[in-house]
Design a binder for this molecule. Sequence first.
Ligand SMILES: Nc1ncnc2c1ncn2[C@@H]1O[C@H](COP(=O)(O)OP(=O)(O)O)[C@@H](O)[C@H]1O
Ligand SMILES: O=P(O)(O)OC[C@H]1O[C@](O)(COP(=O)(O)O)[C@@H](O)[C@@H]1O
Ligand SMILES: [Mg+2]
Length: 522
Amino acid sequence: MALASPVDYASIIQLNRFGLLSCGNRLRCIGYEKKTRAACQLVVRATFVDRPKLDFSNPNWKKQFQEDFDRRFSLPHLTDVIDVEPRPTTFSLKSRTPLENISGSLEESWNGYVNDDDRALLKVIKFASSTSAGADCIDPDCSWVEQWVHRAGPRKQIYFEPQCVKAGIVTCGGLCPGLNDVIRQIVLTLEKYGVKNIVGIQHGFRGFFEDHLSEVPLNTHVVQNINLAGGSFLGVSRGGASISDIVDSIQARRLDMLFVLGGNGTHAGANAIHAECRKRKLKVSIVGVPKTIDNDILLMDKTFGFDTAVEAAQRAINSAYIEAHSAFHGIGLVKLMGRSSGFITMHASLSSGQVDICLIPEVPFTLDGPNGVLRHVEHLIETKGFALICIAEGAGQEYLQKSNATDASGNMILSDIGVHLQQKIKSHFREIGVHSDVKYIDPTYMLRAVRANASDAILCTVLGQNAVHGAFAGFSGITTGVCNTHNVYLPIPEVIKTPRLVDPNSRMWHRCLTSTGQPDFH
Ligand SMILES: Nc1ncnc2c1ncn2[C@@H]1O[C@H](COP(=O)(O)OP(=O)(O)O)[C@@H](O)[C@H]1O
Ligand SMILES: O=P(O)(O)OC[C@H]1O[C@](O)(COP(=O)(O)O)[C@@H](O)[C@@H]1O
Ligand SMILES: [Mg+2]
């Protein structure tokens, strides 16, 4: 891809993390493996196609950057395309029971509302140099540029009459601990505004057009205990998204709000639904709630379910450790989820403290040779008598036969790196004539079928409530998340430009390496 002059340093710094080579004025993604290359190409597209080129010799470049940033992060609103008047909110924690009072006047004295002009800072570190660990700079001097995003929460003015609202909730993609907590909070909060008509759409986007999947009426009574179990009360599914059929169905069902719980695929779908509703000038708010145990959504501190998954992984890692430690020349191997991002594997390894080798998709490694993983396992057996390895499902795919098969949503079906590595270790030790006892654990679905832990349950509560506040505030095509501990609304396209990846130059990855003591495997 040709790079317009002047160079966009922010992009180059970001792209270099993918192993990108800049030659002349052309950029080529030359990640060690195809997945990294694909992610890099997405970043190239997102940065060079969507962003203006900045001339850093122009004293106005910061202003230009911020104007562009404000444009990209402004929240789409129903009033952008249709005439709709705001009305005073019915949400007030000052209202007294009984519930009939909720349509009464606002308690002016309550300072619980978020002002539309409230903002939170997206970036909070001032890097002195682009060589600082994890540096995320815009210009070569790493200048400080404020990047403000919209604060989430209840507004004084709302754009729907709660008594007339029909709200829908849908959960898509794979399971994730906390889905039921979010569904429950959305229902409770909608009722707090005075909404009476709330329905669940069964089994993801399929529920919109498969006739046998009927709407599930939801209310406080129905959802009261659903957070006590894992899974999704409404069911999930992959695939089956025809945007125009979904919007036809939204119209036929007379939905005014749709809460879409899912990962990057689901959010792409939610944004397309929002765009189609806009095109048809429908007064429908589409609000996403990011769900992925992989933690691969951009800009957010973390997504719900991630903490729980990391915690659930501890049982597997600990068992592998006990097995490896107890066996003669024991080698414990654990494979954890993470299609393109190694967050679960990195955090689970850090949390355990027992892992000797942590392998993630973002950091290429060699298996054979003097600097390879196998030689290091040999060294661990020689020196401490056992070894513990934790690997992400998306890691080392270049060593495996590719099928090019995809799941119903179009996600690449990965080959099993855990099984491959297990076989490689066994044959390596056979070849060098040293005894080894490999114990392989694949806890994949045990990580995500559990109920949310305490910290995820709180996160789900916050996100579910803010999703409802966002819809009542008239926003659509947005999602909600936590940035630097603050709760914000973000336009969907900004969080799904690429999957969020572990930055090999981040302090967290460095901490992981410090903890495992592993060398560079190339
Ligand atoms: N680019 C896209 N545009 C529209 N819908 C999509 C897109 N990608 C995925 N979807 C739909 O979103 C749903 C969930 O996607 P999937 O990738 O399985 O899970 P996740 O949302 O967790 O990433 C599926 O129904 C899928 O068809
Ligand atoms: O077997 P399934 O249901 O397709 O799920 C496996 C996938 O689930 C994930 O953990 C999360 O994926 P989603 O965010 O798309 O739900 C991936 O890393 C993994 O490949
Ligand atoms: Mg996904």
